[in-house]
Design a protein around this ligand. Structure first.
Ligand code: NAP
Length: 247
């Protein structure tokens, strides 16, 4: 079984939302956590204090992971600080929603750059560390939108579908190094991202979810923890945490 206690976990975009819940969950399991943030400095530092106050170990590291150099620096700073990397959770993501008639090439590029390309940058930088350790776990946060498509989200759906293809390929390439690579596909989850959806649309969304409610960040975080602790024979998979909205 994957040992969380004492392991070193990097979570991208961990100041807020799902990333924050993942960082908290892993810290509770005894991991030493790197709370990466891009702009949310205060929430990230506040989370580090919270984890430290409850006896855990965490550090906040700034870095825009959509920039290959900054993504590599995040990984190098982690290795310098803790001497190893056992877990990488690619959670950072944005959305710029518009129908394709209104979507600009810049809207397309930005979402693909942040949501998809960042995963390649961090994995590439972390790879030598995983090889040196003799194994590790990579979890990429995709979305049910990457499986089902969604009106007004061509850029986001393409990036999230790309994450699934990337995850399977990384799983194939890294299996020889005992690195398991999986994707988690959340459905609609209560975060700032969902809060940005107009209220009337939120109601329509809830009506579409078989379990009748939006998910909680912690429910995604528990799935990530499961893959780390109990997923030694799980690789190249997508784990759906979506209330049944996509089956
Ligand atoms: P959120 O509340 O909007 O938070 C987004 C997070 O991503 C923030 O911590 C943000 O950090 C970080 N981030 C954005 N751009 C970044 C960059 N260039 N470099 C580093 N960090 C960056 O979103 P969320 O709902 O928690 O979403 C987290 C992940 O889950 C995303 O990949 C999202 O696509 C996915 N997801 C969410 C839902 C949902 O319903 N909420 C459903 C399916 C999948 P800063 O604040 O520091 O910029």
């Amino acid at each position: 079984m994957g040992e969380l206690r004492g392991s070193v976990a990097v979570v991208t975009g961990a100041g807020r939302g799902i990333g924050r819940a993942i960082a908290e969950e892993l810290a509770e399991g005894g991991a030493r956590v790197v709370v990466n943030y891009s702009r949310s400095k205060e929430p990230a530092e506040e989370l580090v204090e919270k984890i430290s106050a409850s006896g855990g170990e965490a550090v906040a590291i700034q870095g825009d992971v959509s920039d290959a150099g900054q993504a590599a620096r995040l990984i190098e700073q982690t290795a310098e600080r803790f001497g190893r990397i056992d877990v990488l959770v690619n959670n950072a993501g944005i959305n710029i929603d518009r129908t394709m008639r209104k979507m600009s090439p810049e809207d397309w590029d930005r979402v693909v750059q942040v949501d998809l390309n960042s995963c390649f940058y961090t994995v590439k930088a972390a790879l030598p560390h995983f090889v040196e350790n003799g194994g590790g776990k990579i979890i990429n946060i995709s979305s049910f939108v990457g499986q089902a498509g969604n009106f007004g989200q061509a850029n986001y759906a393409a990036a999230k579908a790309g994450i699934i293809g990337f995850t399977k390929t990384a799983a194939l390439e890294l299996a020889r190094y005992n690195v398991c690579v999986n994707a988690v596909c959340p459905g609609f989850i209560e975060t700032d991202m969902f809060a940005g959806v107009p209220e009337e649309v939120q109601e329509k969304i809830k009506a579409r979810i078989p379990l009748g409610r939006v998910g909680k960040p912690r429910e995604v975080a528990r799935a990530v923890r499961y893959l780390i602790e109990d997923g030694d024979y799980i690789t190249g998979q997508t784990l759906n945490v979506n209330g049944g909205v996509y089956m």
